[in-house]
Design a protein around this ligand. Structure first.
Ligand code: AR6
Length: 172
């Protein structure tokens, strides 16, 4: 299968790239962003300073430095504000921008965290549908990317992703 759901820490993955759920400054923060910056080391901070920030829904590339992954794709998810501020299409755009940048960069294996599902408070039940349908829809049309991992650090989200991927596979 071209999609796999993993329970664990995304900073340990030895993929071509891992995706970071960053903020618009790209200068680091808490959550998965903090974990990625800590594991990648100071060179990542320096590289991010040169990028000039990133808009919601866009994606930018750096190397992975001390990470096992070769590259980091930094994307900025929306802060959940109740659903009436385009949050769902912005979240979809994060996945599409990251996948598009991966294809342009020759990346074949890619790992996503649950973008916006932590500090940005996006309801996981809605976010998972967007994540899975966008990624699996993209992989159907585009064969450049060989494998996408969804990496969840908590069990509730892991089960939600597993069930959603299974449902998507059954109904395709
Ligand atoms: N591996 C995999 N998933 C993780 C890890 C990890 N090491 N650590 C946390 N998660 P969040 P957001 C999960 O808050 O909601 C930062 O300060 C976490 O449990 O990291 O997009 C940025 O700088 C949750 O399910 O990202 C921004 O300011 C998911 O990753 C802001 O947080 C995303 O949670 C972005 O907020």
């Amino acid at each position: 299968m071209s999609v796999e759901v993993i329970l664990g820490d995304i900073t340990t993955l030895k993929t071509d790239a891992i995706v970071n759920a960053a903020n618009r400054s790209l200068l680091g923060g808490g959550g998965v962003d903090g974990a990625i910056h800590r594991a990648a080391g100071d060179k990542l901070d320096k590289a991010c300073k040169k990028l000039g920030g990133c808009n919601i829904g866009d994606a930018k590339l750096t190397k992975g430095y001390n990470l096992p992954a070769k590259y980091v794709i930094h994307t900025v998810g929306p802060v959940w504000q109740g659903g009436g501020s385009n949050e769902e299409s912005q979240l979809k755009q994060c996945y599409l921008s990251s996948l598009g940048l991966a294809v342009l960069s020759g990346i074949k294996t890619l790992a996503f965290p649950a973008i916006s599902c932590g500090i940005y408070r996006f309801p996981p039940e809605r976010a998972v549908l967007i994540a899975v349908s966008t990624v699996m829809g993209f992989l159907k049309r585009n064969t450049d990317i060989e494998k996408v991992y969804f990496v969840l650090i908590d069990e509730h989200l892991y089960n939600l992703y597993k069930d959603t991927v299974e449902d998507y596979e059954k109904n395709k």
